[in-house]
Design a protein around this ligand. Structure first.
Ligand code: NAG
Ligand code: NAG
Length: 404
């Protein structure tokens, strides 16, 4: 019996040893090189904005994009968690737009040949200071300094031997010939992988890159999770999806409204050049009363414009207060129930919101922006809390009546 086990083990080891190179062969080295980055800024909404820009940048440079994992922060933990890209999104639809490879697969199968340890250089615009920096130390990117920087690269045992400051080059490949400058400065031979300390992209996402969202398709786990929730938990019929951003961090962030023309994702409703108005406090933070008012108005509107889709429920995603009680009592007379996930899962929230018959989001929030872009790619309707401004809307309505 023992003999058999030992032999089986040997056989297994033998088999694995022989299968592995086979898998390796499925990845041919890209002669045009690779590009990757740490999604080191913000939570998922920001990382998604950065992802779209980085994808466009990789394509403009014609380098394969190494798909970084998503960086997540969990309560009470000092180190970030890295979650594989494909946990949430399918890789294949991205391939239709540009060459991509999961970071885990690149590191397992190609790094040894393409990116040997002595060629691992981190890219940053200019020197990044470190807290632990000693005097007279050489200028560096300090790509692994702090959280999530260190934990991110550690996930794949990546250390850097040098730093490269790429300034004054930038990432705006849509309005300049900067892509060819990158290619001229960083040839593939000497620079097989451009590894950026932060995303090579702007925040919020550039207007030109919003449409790339259509290549970001939920993995089957989330597609099916959303479908099952809608089918099994929500009452049969249409539903409105809401995103309520109202945690304490958001209250503080909204204080910046008064000294800016834009905040976070606000160009998505105000326009990138404020062509649809300037920033105002209610766009960032709304009162319960105005939320209830607007929701009722939207429901009436959907009943008129989509009479076949009778709204039976409301689904709420929130970082703090879902307002379940308030919304339930406000909608009770309309026979509409209000729901949220039993167990927090912002990704499932996003996938469900994407499927709602109408979506109301927070214009300033990049989490809402993700849903809005996904819905735009399907032609699904969305609106924003307190947009347009209530007074302006009334004026617009009176003007309309006058014209009639
Ligand atoms: C881009 O890279 C691919 C793969 O390396 C290559 O086949 C293609 O010719 C390149 N395109 C241009 C315009 O250089
Ligand atoms: C309210 O909705 C439920 C479930 O959709 C339905 O069974 C019931 O008849 C409705 N009641 C009214 C008064 O419309």
């Amino acid at each position: 019996m023992q003999w058999l086990e030992i032999n089986l083990k040997c056989l297994l080891i033998f088999l694995i040893g022989h299968i592995k190179p086979g898998i390796g062969n499925t990845y041919e080295r890209d002669p045009n090189g690779y590009l990757t980055y740490c999604p080191c800024m913000g939570r998922f909404g920001n990382q998604a904005d950065h992802f779209l820009g980085s994808l466009a940048f990789a394509r403009a440079l014609n380098r394969t994009l190494i798909l970084p994992p998503w960086v997540e922060y969990r309560k009470g933990e000092l180190r970030s968690h890295q979650v594989s890209f494909e946990t949430y999104f399918d890789v294949e639809p991205l391939q239709k737009y540009h060459r991509v490879i999961l970071m885990s697969e690149f590191m397992d199968q190609l790094a040894e040949e393409v990116w040997p340890v002595e060629k691992r250089v981190s890219f940053c615009y200019m020197e990044r200071k470190s807290l632990q920096q000693e005097k007279n130390q050489d200028k560096q990117c300090h790509a692994k300094d702090g959280n999530p920087f260190g934990p991110f690269w550690d996930t794949y045992n990546i250390d850097f031997v040098a730093s490269e400051f790429y300034g004054p080059l930038h990432f705006d490949v849509h309005h300049s010939a900067v892509a060819s400058k990158w290619q001229a400065k960083y040839d593939v031979e000497s620079w097989p992988v451009l590894a950026f300390t932060g995303a090579p992209a702007s925040f919020p996402v550039q207007l030109e890159n919003c449409e790339l969202q259509k290549h970001l398709q939920w993995s089957s786990k989330y597609r099916e999770g959303a479908r099952d929730y809608i089918k099994n938990i929500l009452p049969r019929g249409a539903f409105v999806g809401l995103h309520l951003r109202n945690g304490i961090d958001w209250v503080r962030a909204c204080e910046h409204v008064k000294d800016s023309q834009h905040l976070f994702a606000s160009p998505q409703c105000l326009g990138y050049r404020n062509e649809r108005g300037s920033l105002y406090p209610e766009l960032c933070m709304q009162t319960k009363e105005s939320i209830v008012r607007q929701l009722k108005r939207v429901i009436k509107n959907v009943r008129q414009t989509q009479p076949k889709n009778e709204i039976k429920s409301v689904f709420v995603a929130s970082d703090a207060n879902h307002l379940i009680k308030e919304l339930s009592s406000a909608l009770n007379r309309m026979n509409i129930t209000v729901h949220k996930l039993d167990k927090d899962d912002p990704y499932l929230d996003l996938a469900i919101l994407g499927q709602s018959n109408h979506f109301i989001g927070n214009c300033v929030s990049s989490f809402s922006a993700f849903v809005k872009r996904e819905r735009d790619s399907h032609g699904f309707p969305s609106s924003f809390w307190s947009f347009p401004k209530e007074k302006e809307r009334q004026q617009q309505q009176t003007r309309l009546h006058e014209e009639l």
